[in-house]
Design a protein around this ligand. Structure first.
Ligand code: ADP
Ligand code: MG
Length: 386
């Protein structure tokens, strides 16, 4: 996100709303390096922010109207809502995400009013790169500043998550929002989803001759939403059966005994969550020791766990991982909730083109549309840009 992006949304704002915004903010999408489906189990994750972001220009309104416009909104680009009338179920389409944030802030008793909002995003929607959290967090940081709320970053993330859960109806954990507001350039974010404590872990790809490719499979399978809620409910049931506050409270030492106490359909879910939390710890230790290349095998191991134990991969993500690894990637895994979306592949810089080409070839041979390729560069979190 550059001054150009700020200028472009200022111009869009002027065209749609007239006049000038009071400020321009940006909030990024993310990839999660490791720690998938752990956040709603109070566990650990290691996301990093992408350069792709939502840029949002906003100006307060005194009449209680929330006037929204998205450059990606298509035929329904514009929405006009009354802040006093915001309620779960009362808003349709994409506007649920930004309106939900204003609702969540109001629910907290904060003095928020209306605004004119214009936004434009470079985060592909529905690609597992968290365009939804980027959108929510852009609204949250803009409102925090415009209305002088003085909220800490984790509180902004909680409000954005509340919007997605209660207003957009998506039972996500808090990782995407924490990544969007707390990440810093050149770092991955070691997140404790229970305490919301974060640690910035230096992640210097270029200095180690590495690149991180994002292979967007461009598929999103229909079962994604229902399956996510069912998995979350399964984890919560397993924790209850084990007498634990959350699966975070089970570690590798206690896992074998716990598995014998669980019904067959829950045991693999628990095994994934426990081993995945451990992989986050191992990944952070490798980065702290200056060995980012050692993330490779952890990524591939994590993918196998998501595929075999958690059951959230699909033919396209499995194929992208297998083709990337066969072509020389140090490791690869699906990132995000699953059932499609994107795969990340850690590659030696000189092999990036060959790995991307091998995945494209494998997709063509299998009759899948070509994946879109992005590069993940650890980027700053939500901030004012103009
Ligand atoms: P992801 O977060 O992985 O990209 P989601 O399904 O969680 O996928 O969120 C995608 C939804 O978020 C879109 O369907 C749309 O409603 C909303 N959204 C994301 N970006 C934009 C945007 N730039 N303009 C309008 N709506 C957006
Ligand atoms: Mg999302």
């Amino acid at each position: 996100m550059t001054a150009d992006a700020a200028g472009a949304v200022r111009e869009g704002f002027r065209r749609v709303h007239g006049g000038s915004p009071e400020g321009v903010w940006a909030a990024p999408g993310r990839v999660n390096l490791i720690g998938e489906h752990t956040d709603y189990n109070d566990g650990f994750a290691l996301p990093m922010a992408l350069p792709q972001a939502v840029a949002l220009a906003a100006r307060r309104r005194g009449d209680g109207l929330l006037r929204l416009y998205s450059a990606q909104g298509g035929a329904a680009a514009a929405a006009e809502l009354r802040v006093a009338d915001l309620a779960p179920g009362a808003t349709e389409g994409w506007a649920r995400y930004p309106a939900g944030v204003v609702w969540a802030l109001r629910e907290r008793g904060l003095p928020v009013g209306g605004a004119d909002v214009y936004l434009d995003s470079t985060v592909p929607a529905g690609a597992g790169l968290s365009s939804s959290a980027a959108l929510e967090c852009a609204v949250a940081v803009a409102y925090d500043e415009l209305y002088g709320l003085g909220m800490a970053r984790p509180e902004l993330a909680r409000a954005a998550q509340h919007a997605e859960n209660a207003y957009a109806g998506v039972p996500c954990g808090v990782m995407d929002q924490m990544a969007s507001v707390c990440c810093t350039g050149g770092h991955a974010l070691h997140l404790d989803s229970r305490s919301l404590e974060v640690r910035q872990v230096p992640f210097d790809l270029g200095g180690h001759g590495l690149r991180l490719l994002v292979l967007d499979t461009r598929v999103k399978h229909d079962l994604a939403d229902g399956a996510y809620a069912a998995l979350r409910a399964g984890c919560e049931r397993a924790a209850r059966l084990l007498g634990l506050p959350a699966l975070r409270d089970l570690d590798g030492a206690g896992l074998p005994a716990a598995l014998t106490r669980l019904p067959g359909e829950l045991a693999p879910l628990v095994r994934h969550v426990v081993t995945e939390n451990a992989r986050v710890g191992r990944a952070v230790a490798e980065l702290a020791a200056g060995r980012p290349e050692a993330l490779g095998p952890l990524l591939t191991e994590g993918h196998a766990s998501l595929r075999d134990d958690y059951g959230v991969s699909c033919a396209e993500t499995d194929l992208a991982v297998a083709a990337a690894v066969a072509a020389g990637a140090l490791g690869a895994r699906m990132t995000g909730g699953g059932f499609g979306g994107s795969v990340i592949a850690l590659v030696r810089a000189g092999e990036a083109a060959a790995v991307a080409a091998a995945v494209a070839e494998a997709f063509a041979a299998a009759g899948h549309a070509a994946p879109a390729v992005l590069e993940a560069v650890p980027s700053p979190g939500a901030r004012r840009i103009g």
